[in-house]
Design a protein around this ligand. Sequence first.
Ligand code: PGA
Length: 275
Amino acid sequence: MRRKIFLAGNWKMNHGPKAAAEFMAACRASWEAKLSPQTRSRVDDGSVQLALFTPDVSLTSAREAVQPLPIRIGAQNVHWEKSGAFTGEISIPMCEELGIRSALAGHSERRQYFGETDETVRKRTLALVEAGFTVFLCVGETLQEREAGRTEEVLRAQLSAIFQDKNTQLSQALIAEEGRLIIAYEPVWAIGTGKTATPEIAQAAHSQIRQFLGSLLGPTAGPQAAIVYGGSVTPANFKGLLDQPDIDGGLVGGASLKPESWLELVEIAGKSITG
Ligand code: PGA
């Protein structure tokens, strides 16, 4: 039987509080009609784990409106300090006050447009792990890096900045508890471009990531890590990606914005659990 599947939607700067509530209402209304009994039970028993990362202003509305569906609501970016002079940022205690316990860290758009570095990604991820959050840590190479044959080197650098040695809390979180710290492999050239990595390209990168985690953290780390793919995932290509042995799910931008395509993705995830 395959391991768990993690499916997360990243709404980016889309869906304010009203649209978020409408999205959740539509999901609730068609949950039974659009999802097979098998998928619903996979979601209920936790073998398919669902999350939606909304804009900060929509967290409360999304969280209230999603009830009673088992979809975690999370933040897209959280600072490592508890409070202070950090204009435009939000903190972990603020999220906790809203009942939010999941977050993204190191999304390529944060790295590209907002000066996020491996070091700040490490600080954010560590603070989130220490607070007991579920974290999707994003890594991935740019087109230029891929074309220069540097994909493996870039992934290694991004991951070793985070998992510096096997005794750190971050490394332990990755190895010890499935689904606490999830790695999202998101090739930058595939994000929002409609150019999905082929299942073979994604599989090769996921397998490299597992090998690298194994060499860095010990033999159990590679197979144990949950690694999802992100970059133009749609209902048309998701199954092909999930059929790959090292792909444990998806982090989805555009196709998570409409309830219909989000539920199609959930159904594909539910069906792909065998055994
Ligand atoms: P996309 O975004 O699915 O729209 O390409 C993925 C992401 O940025 O997480």
